[in-house]
Design a protein around this ligand. Structure first.
Ligand SMILES: NC(=O)c1ccc[n+]([C@@H]2O[C@H](COP(=O)([O-])OP(=O)(O)OC[C@H]3O[C@@H](n4cnc5c(N)ncnc54)[C@H](O)[C@@H]3O)[C@@H](O)[C@H]2O)c1
Ligand SMILES: O=c1ccn([C@@H]2O[C@H](COP(=O)(O)OP(=O)(O)O[C@H]3O[C@H](CO)[C@@H](O)[C@H](O)[C@H]3O)[C@@H](O)[C@H]2O)c(=O)[nH]1
Length: 328
């Protein structure tokens, strides 16, 4: 198959490109490099373009016999979406509708879409199954839920086939540590903790210590980026025209902010000072996935179920690339 990976120069997209190539697929990357890195994408297969530019999308999809799209391109920071929702609705919703329309015009009928645990808001029950109510508590989550709805309607009306993957917290790096996480500015917990361990930041700010969790800090389900990539390859193979699949992707095990910090202290053997701060707007107390459906239907299981292994993988990348892709 020929697959257009939109946002394929970014963190999760670039790892999925590798997994697709391992599976023998022909891959093209479409990315505006606003967050992504040319070094993370296959140079000769990188098409520089923007989701908001319909002509660029038409060009990318036509003439390459594209069979399917994997769509990673979005803005993805919860606090930023609270501060600047317009930026999120424009890129994540308008941009994606542009892509769907370009796909229909080019006769491309299969898409895997990066959704998020943020569609659940504050869940009634943890672990969260796909049937849990979707009630986002931040604009980022609403942008992803809006596209989930559009995909269902496009499937019904136009015969689009899709898989929605609701990722929990992506982390880690490729097993050979040649590609990994490099966001500017970095907002994610694990890279920030490792930057403190490397002496690049003075301390970790712990956002909220009075949540209704055992140690008072937020709990998240940290899913390794290669496990996410594997889920994409499996989901793509199951897509059928006019039908939609929706799966959570997580380990089923939660780790608190303090728990992640303790594991990082052990793995790095370095001092990691931490300072307590008030809660960050838009953060639910606990998000942990039930991925039973993904395991049952697609035969998927996480290769990195333990937080210590995830942090060790991230540490291998960050300690060998202290300045991300600029370290080369
Ligand atoms: N990182 C996580 O923990 C996480 C969790 C759940 C869902 N997601 C979703 O997964 C996807 C990928 O996340 P990531 O962490 O790899 O992010 P990322 O920022 O590393 O990758 C996104 C890529 O999309 C590109 N992009 C953004 N807007 C674009 C546009 N208008 N036109 C063309 N390219 C554009 C960026 O340059 C970047 O390369 C996102 O959709 C995100 O919402 C991420
Ligand atoms: O310096 C920091 C950074 C984060 N946190 C906390 O650590 C947890 C994880 O935060 P972060 O790594 O920023 O991820 P989330 O806000 O949980 O969001 C990620 O995970 C979501 C799915 O759960 C995705 O949708 C988002 O795109 C992705 O950024 C949260 O409780 C934060 O409050 C801190 O205490 N200090």
């Amino acid at each position: 198959m020929a697959i257009l990976v939109v946002g394929g120069a970014g963190y999760i997209g670039s790892h999925t490109v590798r997994e697709l190539e391992k599976a023998g697929q022909q891959v093209w990357v479409f990315d505006n490099l606003s967050q992504g890195h040319a070094e993370a994408a296959r140079g000769d297969r990188l098409i520089r373009g923007d989701l908001l530019d319909r002509a660029a999308l038409d060009d990318a999809l036509r003439g390459r016999d594209i069979d399917a799209v994997m769509h990673f391109a979005a803005f993805a920071s919860v606090p930023e979406s609270v501060a600047d929702p317009a930026k999120y609705y424009r890129n994540n919703v308008v941009g994606t509708l542009n892509l769907l329309d370009a796909m229909l015009a080019a006769g491309v009928t299969r898409i895997v879409f990066s959704s998020t645990a943020a569609v659940y808001g504050v869940p009634d029950v943890v672990p969260i199954s796909e049937e849990s109510p979707t009630r986002p508590i931040n604009p980022y989550g609403f942008t992803k839920l809006a596209i989930e709805r559009a995909l269902a309607d496009y499937a019904h009306a136009y015969g689009l086939g899709y898989a929605v993957l609701r990722y929990f917290n992506a982390c880690g790096a490729s097993s050979d540590a040649t590609i990994g996480e490099d966001h500017t500015p970095e907002t994610h917990l694990i890279p920030i903790i490792l930057q403190v361990a490397l002496g690049q930041r003075e301390s970790l700010s712990i956002f909220g210590t009075n949540y209704p969790t055992p140690d008072g800090t937020c709990i998240r389900d940290y899913i390794h980026v290669e496990d996410l990539a594997d889920a994409h390859v499996r989901a793509l193979a199951k897509i059928e025209p006019g039908r939609g699949l929706t799966y959570n992707v997580g380990t089923g095990v939660g780790a608190s902010v303090r728990g992640v910090l303790d594991a990082a202290l052990q793995i790095t053997g370095r001092p990691i000072p931490a300072v307590e701060f008030p809660r960050r707007p838009g953060d639910p107390p606990a998000l942990v996935a039930s991925s039973d459906a993904l395991q049952r239907d697609l035969g998927w299981s996480p290769r990195y179920p333990k937080i210590a292994d995830v942090i060790a993988s991230a540490w291998k990348w960050h300690s060998t690339h202290p300045n991300g892709y600029r370290s080369r």
